[in-house]
Ligand binder design. Structure first.
Ligand code: G
Ligand code: G
Ligand code: MN
Ligand code: NA
Length: 250
């Protein structure tokens, strides 16, 4: 396919770029982390979002070199941030089957000089669907490096509670589909509160995704959510546009 060819070429031509979105601590509204989000700067189509090309990159195996580049580039950028700011990087399930993910993460940390406990690796339930010993072993090896493992998009997909038992996650990110209707639907509020309580009981912190209003912030704080990410606090943008040294509160 033409698209696949262009995607392979994009890797050679270095057409991928990283955008960054701040995550704030809900107690203080101070930035505490930043998520790296990849985009493809296509010569004709403009900026292509990841949901348009990551699935194809996974299919053709390009996610392996691309994922390695993302980790490396993101860690280098983050090494220059204030040392209390963590970096969150998304991992694909395909990277877990590559055989050398632990080496790639170790290499990115070493090359950038980033302290391992400043790195959060976000995985989705699709990684854990491969409920084999290999995946679990890799997760434990990654945790042994000192990085944090975060369960992303929680509440979508299969959301088996056994995933929370399978591995000691540092943090749960609750999907923005629950956050977006937090103010208008009592069932979403109930789900969010339940997830927050569950996380607290399991000694995990929580990030709410897709936060767009102060109404949502008030409800999330009341529910005991630790951190928030969304357009209210900053859209994904260039690293140079991040303001990490002041509270982003009202
Ligand atoms: O940036 P945006 O919110 O459009 O990202 C959409 C989805 O693409 C997110 O759910 C995220 O998981 C995924 N994504 C973004 N950046 C990366 C990346 O660097 N690697 C992987 N594997 N997925 C990413
Ligand atoms: O799939 P994932 O959960 O990683 O989703 C990340 C995507 O959500 C990114 O494409 C990002 O641009 C988008 N996003 C980030 N913050 C917000 C927000 O506050 N509202 C909405 N609608 N989308 C957001
Ligand atoms: Mn994510
Ligand atoms: Na997410």
């Amino acid at each position: 396919r033409e698209f696949e060819f262009q995607l392979r070429e994009a890797m050679v031509r270095q057409e991928f770029e990283l955008h960054f979105q701040p995550i704030v601590e809900l107690a203080t509204f101070r930035p505490c982390a930043v998520e790296a989000l990849v985009r493809w700067r296509h010569p004709e189509r403009g900026l292509v979002p990841p949901d348009k090309f990551i699935p194809v990159a996974e299919e053709i195996g390009l996610i392996i070199p691309l994922g390695e580049w993302i980790l490396d580039a993101a860690c280098r950028v983050a090494a220059a941030w204030p040392s209390h700011i963590r970096l969150a990087v998304n991992l694909s399930a395909v990277q877990f089957r590559s055989g050398n993910l632990v080496e790639v993460v170790r290499g990115a940390i070493a090359a950038s000089g980033l302290t391992p406990n400043r790195l959060e690796l976000e995985i989705t339930e699709s990684v854990l669907l491969q409920k084999d010993q290999g995946t679990l072993a890799v997760l434990h090896e990654l945790a042994a490096l000192g990085v944090h493992i975060v369960l992303d998009d929680f509440g979508t997909g299969y959301s088996s509670l056994s995933y929370l038992q399978l591995f000691p996650f540092s943090k749960i990110k609750i999907d923005r589909s629950f956050v977006s209707e937090l103010s208008s639907r009592s069932d979403c509020a109930a789900i969010v509160c339940t997830v927050m309580n569950l996380a607290k009981a399991l000694d995990m912190t929580t990030t709410a995704e897709g936060v767009e209003t102060w109404d949502q912030v008030a409800l999330l704080r009341a529910a005991g959510c630790s951190e928030a990410q969304g357009w209210l606090f900053g859209r994904p943008g260039f690293a140079s546009a991040l303001s990490l040294d002041r509270a982003l509160g009202p």
